[in-house]
Design a protein around this ligand. Structure first.
Ligand code: NAP
Length: 469
């Protein structure tokens, strides 16, 4: 790195998978670069902790690799430090040559239909954050005292939500689901969950293992209408053209599950296709009572993919709670150019740019969902982060960086400690982690999560553990 500043000092905002993959690559590719990673929460790992389903522990083992990155003497974690509240771009630009934004997609997309804001209608993103113990959602209350729930969308998040609504208490308690959510779901009256796909089986966004998992739930009948599982002529032709064995297997599994007779289990999960919610119907007191659905057919579109068009036929499903799981959306960061159309930081292959002119902003970069939008699995973020880091190191070589007045680790630390009352280090996190795992061992689950910042900081001060949250 001959032309680059030495050491190259990098701030990463966000501590999810994209952030850790980027830090790892920077530290490996440059023997002198120093990385400080910031997160508004005291805990690292982003969606691995607050997005991945509690019963998918294997996926979460990816954090072992992230923890190994944190052992580098050239890496520091500053948890409980929020960009825009505690630190800002001007402050960071005094201490770092480059700033990488990897803040993920923190909010939800809307359906834009009447009744969407009635009580009982929620974004799936909030439900997921709540059951995974995200401190900002600890006090949400989801009214589950209704026999039927609707989940709109057929992506993997919708499947996660439907599964969490369908598992029995002992199954939930054996996971690392936040204890407040286990208690609330144990009291749930929901017995029928309707998952709604606006297009057909060949266009479903969920993946085959996730569907298979639904079909194997012990107390749940998975109900699929064979007529909705059948392919229309356009989808059949599309499937033929795609010649994609993975997609073909998924469609075959859907069709074979549709022929399975219900076993009379106590819960039912209805996987529907070719239906779109048109209106959420008010019970007269401002709460959702039912969902009016339009039946759809598929038609060709300008983009080449098949899109849903209402046939004019409608039906109504009685349900007291509705989760829209129609995609996440990025949130703008103060002072960072944002592309409002796509809900991402404006960028060209990870280099931040003006959304209007595409002119590059030296020293600013982005990776992960806030760079490309909310798609792909955790591993997808590795290649994404590597692309950005290549750009960062090439720019550093070319001298295209910020021009920090005080580019030292000590000055940066002084700045952060001045701005935030209690930054949480990686060693602090490891103490919280150990307390969570210990509490989990006592409770017979992988960990009992701290679900509030106050209890985390109290535990770091030696007062109490996660059970008291
Ligand atoms: P997603 O995969 O993009 O799925 C969004 C779903 O919402 C699609 O079925 C989409 O249908 C539907 N939709 C969008 N707008 C709609 C509307 N107005 N009305 C009705 N339906 C609408 O998003 P996601 O489920 O939030 O997942 C995000 C990413 O995380 C995905 O890449 C996913 O695979 C990944 N993830 C993976 C796992 C796992 O590996 N187990 C778990 C969770 C999430 P159309 O196709 O018709 O647009």
């Amino acid at each position: 790195m001959s032309g680059a500043p030495n050491p190259l000092r990098v701030a990463i905002i966000g501590a999810g998978p994209a952030a850790f993959y980027a830090a790892d690559h920077i530290l490996k590719q440059s023997s002198s670069a120093e990385v400080d990673m910031f997160d508004r929460l005291p805990t690292p790992f982003g969606l691995v902790r607050h997005g991945v389903a509690p019963d998918h522990q294997k996926i979460k083992s990816v954090v072992k690799g992230f923890a190994a990155v944190a052992t580098s003497p050239r890496f520091r974690f500053y948890g409980n430090v929020e960009f825009g509240r505690d630190v800002d771009l001007d402050g960071l630009a005094r201490h770092y040559h480059q700033v990488l934004f990897a803040t993920g997609a923190q909010t939800d997309r809307r359906m834009n239909i009447p009744g969407e804001d009635l009580a009982g209608s929620y974004p799936a993103t909030e439900f997921v954050a709540w059951y995974n113990g995200h401190p900002a959602y600890r006090d949400e209350a989801f009214d589950l005292q209704t026999p039927a729930a609707v989940v709109v969308g057929v992506g993997n998040v919708a499947i996660d939500v439907a599964r969490m609504l369908s598992l029995e208490e002992h199954e939930l308690a054996a996971t690392d689901m936040a204890r407040h959510a286990v208690a609330a779901l144990a009291r749930s009256q929901v017995r029928d969950v309707y998952v709604l796909g606006r297009r057909g089986p060949a266009q479903a966004a969920f993946t085959t293992p996730e569907l298979k998992e639904l079909s194997e739930l012990s107390n749940v009948d998975l109900v699929i209408d064979p007529a909705e599982a059948a392919l229309d002529a356009l989808s059949a032709a599309e499937l033929e053209r795609a010649n994609d064995p993975v997609l073909r297997r998924k469609v075959e599994l859907i069709q074979s599950l549709a022929t399975r007779p219900p076993a009379g289990r106590p819960r039912r999960l209805h996987l529907r296709f070719l239906v779109s919610p048109e209106t959420l119907i008010d019970d007269g007191h401002g709460r959702v009572a039912a969902v009016c659905l339009a039946r759809n057919e598929l038609v060709g579109s300008e983009t080449g993919s098949l899109s849903a068009k209402p046939t004019g036929a409608t039906e109504t499903i009685a349900a007291g709670i509705v989760f829209r799981s129609v995609g996440y959306r990025g949130v703008p960061l103060p002072g960072v150019p944002f592309d409002t159309r796509w809900g991402v930081v404006a960028n060209v292959a990870g280099r931040v740019c003006s959304p209007e002119t595409h002119e590059l902003v030296p020293g600013l970069y982005t990776a992960g969902w806030i760079k490309r939008g909310p798609s792909g699995v955790i591993g997808t973020n590795k290649a994404d982060a590597v692309e950005t880091v290549h750009a960062m190191l090439a720019d550093a070589e070319a001298g295209l960086t910020l021009d920090p007045a005080q580019p030292t680790a000590a000055a940066a630390d002084e700045y952060v400690c001045r701005c935030c009352a209690r930054p949480v280090s990686f060693a602090d996190w490891q103490r919280l982690d150990a307390l969570e795992v210990e509490a989990g061992a006592r409770a017979g689950c992988p960990r009992v999560k701290f679900a509030s910042v106050t209890t985390m900081l109290a535990a770091l001060a030696g007062e109490g553990g996660p059970a008291g949250n």
